[in-house]
Design a protein around this ligand. Structure first.
Ligand code: NCD
Length: 390
């Protein structure tokens, strides 16, 4: 349908979403394309005849429409069926692949100008952070809000409710407000699992002490998958404070389930006692451990979990275990560098290397974090809805 107005100096197409018009002094037709909720795009069609101008405008319109029309639908058949995500043991290979696939649609969605979808409208997500966090807390907040959920941030550090049983009481109180998801970060190992056993809401472990941080490992896996497609031929080094790192533990489990080979590289005192029970090869030397690796994942030294007396000298640590361009040469030619953040620049990783977008995936990890968390919220809430049907 089109409306032709006076002197043919302008014409509307596609329910007024395309306007073709001629400026007084120009021989060429101009076009303005305005899609709902999008900014108008204006440019010259480069054509003098209306027929040609119409064709080019419709072509542009279709292109823009397709680009902006990323429809986000709930997957009707979740492969991952649980309503909590508290440890990597919850996930088998198929579950992990499913979550990574579900996150894919959110990667393109998150690049749109208007990043709002009503998938979780009317749902309530609590961010319960009992330990410092900016990145993970914000990432969950962005994820929930982009899906239109209401998000309540509860940041309680060093308070009386921070401890064991009182904490469970607090959770029971919050549970009575009928939340849909509780995202929990806490210094105590296993606390998310305990909470998940006593509340109705879905529980996501956003880090429990040195134990696990499953959504971090999932976002790391997605970042790696985007670069290499398959995990089976990959050798991945995880380096640094393995002993205190929940990121290392979750990554070892998840990446090895996907088929990658894992080398851990750490000073002897930062290797967990049970390291030989994990699917990894252990090194204490960077040169040996990085050999043949496609990805080098550095870890933050978990100062808050380490007795000051046994903290290594930072300079010495960097010389032996800090990743710089020179040590990166021990790995494969085009190996990529990762770090979950926050980074101690010049201690765990050379600052320039961390910012080198040709080698470092650190910013990409942050972007994938939002996509993974959107997928996890969506999947868990759907599973809970399904469970309530019966
Ligand atoms: C990690 C964490 O908190 O476990 N960071 C994060 O989730 N952004 C890694 C770390 O703090 O070392």
């Amino acid at each position: 349908m089109s409306t032709i107005l006076t002197h043919m100096s302008f014409k509307f197409l596609k329910s007024n979403q395309i306007k073709l018009y001629k400026r007084e002094n120009s021989k060429y037709w101009q076009m303005k394309i305005k899609l709902p909720k999008q900014q108008a795009v204006r440019s010259s069609t480069g054509f003098k005849t209306l027929k040609d101008a119409e064709q080019i405008a419709i072509k542009n319109y279709s292109f823009l429409k397709k680009k902006n029309n990323i429809v986000i639908r709930r997957n009707p058949n979740n492969i991952y069926k649980k309503i909590h995500l508290v440890e990597s043991a919850d996930l088998n290979k198929k579950d992990i692949e499913f979550i990574l696939d579900e996150a894919k649609k959110f990667i393109s969605f998150n690049k749109k100008k208007i990043k709002k979808n009503n998938l979780l409208e009317g749902r309530t997500v609590f961010n319960l952070f009992f330990e410092d966090s900016t990145r993970t807390r914000t990432s969950f907040e962005v994820a929930a809000k982009r899906l239109s959920a209401d998000l309540i941030n509860v940041a309680v550090k060093d308070s009386s409710i921070n401890k064991g049983e009182t904490l469970l009481d607090t959770m029971t109180t919050i549970n009575s407000m009928n939340p849909d998801v509780l995202v929990i970060r806490h210094p105590e190992e296993g606390i998310s699992k305990r909470i998940s056993e006593s509340v109705d809401a879905c529980v996501i472990n956003a880090g429990d002490g040195s134990h696990e941080h499953p959504t971090q490992a999932l976002l790391d896996a997605l970042t790696i998958k985007n670069k290499f497609k398959k995990f089976t031929k990959l050798q991945i080094a995880i380096c640094g404070d393995i002993l205190h790192s929940r990121v290392a533990r979750s990554n070892i489990i998840i990446l090895s389930k996907l088929g990658a080979k894992i080398n851990v590289i750490a000073p002897k005192e930062w290797l967990p006692k049970n390291i030989n029970t994990l699917p990894v090869t252990v090194y204490t030397d960077m040169k040996e451990g990085l050999n043949n690796c496609n990805v080098v994942m550095m870890l933050r030294i978990q100062k808050e979990r380490i007795n000051k007396k046994i903290m290594p000298n930072q300079k010495k640590y960097f010389t032996k275990y800090g990743l710089d361009y020179k040590k990166l040469e021990y790995a494969n030619k085009n190996a990529f560098v990762m770090h979950p953040g926050p980074m101690n620049r010049g201690v765990e990783i050379d600052s320039k290397l961390a910012d080198d977008v040709t080698r470092s995936l650190i910013q990409e990890q942050v972007a994938m974090g939002v996509a993974i968390r959107m997928a996890c919220l969506e999947i868990l809430i759907k599973n809970k809805d399904d469970a309530l049907k019966y």
